[in-house]
Design a protein around this ligand. Sequence first.
Ligand code: R5P
Length: 282
Amino acid sequence: MKVVTTEKSQVLGVKIAEALDLEIVDTRFSRFPDGELYLRTGDLDGETILVGSVMDSDTLVQLLLLIDACDGSENTLVLPYMGYARQDKKFHEGEPISARAIARALSPGVARVVCVNIHEESVLDHFQVPARNLSLAPAIGEYIAAMPLADPLILAPDAGASAFAAAVAGVGGWNCDELQKTRLSGDEVRITPRAIDAEGREVVIVDDIIATGGTLATAASMLLAQGAAGVHAACVHGVFSGGAYTRLRHAGVKSVVASDTIEGGASRITAAACIAPALTSA
Ligand code: R5P
């Protein structure tokens, strides 16, 4: 068995291969003169672990090409970040269920799928092969435990992230709460923790995805205005679109950390330690 990765998931793929003591396949990526994507893998030996996050159209196409290049019948697809998972239903008439479209496209050619903190667990049902979801909440909790923070308050930015935040907080037995938005007037909102006062506390806001950073930047400014001693942010998938990282730091967030499901400068937590053991039992 060997591990092969797409171009944007190389570092994570190598870490998974090393953790499993498997060979990483030497794969080269380029484009045809007309812009179409091209790849060529080194020797494969049948059963293959494919690692590739879907962040955009190119990463999706590259993953489709890679699946096609792997001709084994027992391939495992590791999808560390599944873009399009947030469009998991028709919010308006005429819209696609994008998560379903991506899951259906990626299913042929693989025997099983392993995801990491997929935005909604129900999306797993759209794959046409068995699919499971892993959580990096313990890894994020361990990262926070190593930060120089005395008794941090773990906050979910909304109710949807509260189970994730509770799992993170469980690692250190820390307080946990979720933020709630109160509308003060037509154009004024106040964001506060639902039950726990943030004054004087080191706060860590945790979420599955930081995309534009809009939610967290607003929350951080308000928490600091309420007297929080410091605000930090930690997420699984650091999309950081449209300057989100600088937006957060400008809003006063002291540190921003993400995992390597999307590889980038803020990827200081590796998903490999969670993914590798799951593959031996997948
Ligand atoms: C939403 O349901 C997700 O869990 C994140 O809270 C959201 O994607 C973050 O988006 P943004 O960074 O653009 O505020």
